[in-house]
Design a protein around this ligand. Structure first.
Ligand SMILES: *Cc1c(COP(=O)(O)O)cnc(C)c1O
Length: 437
């Protein structure tokens, strides 16, 4: 088969794209009309379309890119691993690079004596945590621990188990008949949220396999924040009542909040930790579920016995992903990336306070580390302000994507002061021109 006729303009590429690709979270009927960027190549913290236009990647390619695109050191790590082999199975066998990555991770994750079960997507890491937590109690011979507690507004992924834990919204109600019931604490915005959650843990301990939470920031809820002290209270309640705690750090992990993991800010040690997104710096699909030593040991027993965790994915522990993830951990330290996150975070907060929050079109801005949300305040429904503000920023060379009427800013962790200023300027202009027509 020959290649189809090469398209030239971005619009032509978008049409070819729409002919054959189905984009996630995207109405394909209006895909082309919303002027999508078709990326031809990337350069540092920029993506470049088929006509050579450059856009600052202010959403880190949906929250995965940490150090920027085409980092020479990461490219080298990937190429070096390619020469040793791209992938071998983790089922019953091992691979040296996965051992090395796991050793490196075990030194930095906020989990006691961790073991790592690898997968490819965040949602799979959550499914793994669910199944581990459920089977943990079965293996211990404890009956009735079959329920999970999750928060309003939570997002844990799009597979059915992860969807069940999620707070709903975004068209998930169609799947309500498939979602299994969970105990639901209020959303972060409710000031009684953690009081209620801690009380629910106490009241329902004998039914609960685990509590799952996005520590400090609920990303997909539009960057809803909670206080470290409240998170610490919840962790203490779980500990006191013998309920497992799952921290979903798929969005917050690998430096996003200014520490390597958000759990560190609350000084908590979850029993299960879900990692994904920034794990490979945005290079390759890799996720992991870290289990504490105590959880892991509950699965030990005779060969082929029922205590075994019968779960695995084809690309679990992919060697290319592992090589990049390992080098990524080195670079975060060598480049003092966390110091940049903290400094730029303060600067971003100041910029949003000065330039964005005062706009009449804005309700509220929120920042934690380099995760931030700008809530717009449309005077009536159906104005699609989130979409329009983002399109305006894209036209000004800054790639952002809204969640409803919240504009999300999630720049790479190596973002410069100048890039933050450019980004906020573009957003200021695009938000200021929003009207009720
Ligand atoms: C993105 C995300 C997930 C799902 O990860 P995928 O790789 O998209 O499956 C789960 N939890 C949180 C907190 C996320 O932000």
């Amino acid at each position: 088969m020959g290649r189809s006729i090469p398209a030239v303009t971005n619009e032509e590429w978008a049409q070819r794209d729409a002919n054959v690709v189905w984009h996630g979270f995207t109405q394909m009927d209006s895909y082309v009309d919303n002027s999508p960027i078709v990326v031809d190549r990337t350069d540092g913290r920029y993506v470049i379309d088929t006509e050579g236009r450059r856009y600052f990647d202010a959403i880190s390619s949906l929250w995965v890119t940490t150090l920027g695109h085409r980092v020479p050191e990461l490219d080298d790590a990937l190429i070096a691993q390619l020469q040793r082999g791209a992938h071998t199975t983790m089922l019953g066998n091992g691979n040296t690079i996965v051992v090395e990555l796991s050793e490196a991770l075990s030194r930095v994750v906020p989990v006691d004596s961790p073991h790592f079960l690898y997968a490819s997507d965040g949602a799979s890491a959550v499914e793994q945590a669910l199944k581990i937590a459920f089977q943990y109690w079965v293996n211990l011979g404890v009956e009735g621990r079959t329920t999970f507690l999750a928060f309003g507004g939570a997002y844990h992924g799009d597979t059915i188990g992860a969807l069940s834990l999620g707070g709903g919204g975004f068209g998930t109600s169609i799947f309500d008949p498939l979602r299994f019931p969970v105990l639901r604490a209020p959303e972060f915005a409710d000031p009684t949220c953690f009081d209620v959650a801690c009380q629910m843990v106490a009241d329902h301990a004998s039914e609960l396999a685990a509590v799952i939470i996005e520590p400090l920031v609920q990303g997909a809820a539009g960057m809803q924040l909670c206080e470290p002290a409240d998170l610490a209270r919840l962790a203490a309640a779980c500990r006191a009542h013998g309920v497992l705690l799952i921290c979903d750090e798929i969005a917050t992990g690998f430096g996003r909040t200014g520490t390597l993991f958000a759990s560190e800010l609350a000084d908590i040690r979850p029993d299960l930790l879900c990692l994904g997104k920034g794990m490979t710096a945005g290079y390759l699909p890799m996720s992991a579920t870290a289990a504490s030593g105590a959880v892991f040991e509950a699965f030990l027993g005779p060969d082929l016995s029922e205590k075994t965790l019968y779960h695995g994915h084809s690309y679990s522990g992919n060697a290319l992903g592992a090589a990049v993830a390992l080098r990524h951990l080195d670079l975060i330290e060598a480049w003092d990336v966390l110091a940049n996150v903290r400094a730029r975070s303060e600067e971003l907060e100041q910029l949003l306070d000065d330039r964005i929050a005062p706009l009449t079109q804005v309700r509220e801005t929120r920042v934690r580390g380099l995760m931030s949300g700008i809530d717009l305040a449309p005077p009536k429904e159906g104005l699609r302000w989130g979409r329009r503000a983002s399109a305006g920023a894209v036209a000004r060379g800054v790639l952002v994507r809204p969640i409803g009427d919240t504009v999300i800013l999630m720049p790479p962790l190596t973002v410069t002061s100048e890039e933050l200023h450019t980004t906020v300027r573009a957003l200021h202009e695009s938000i200021a021109e929003l009207d009720d027509a």
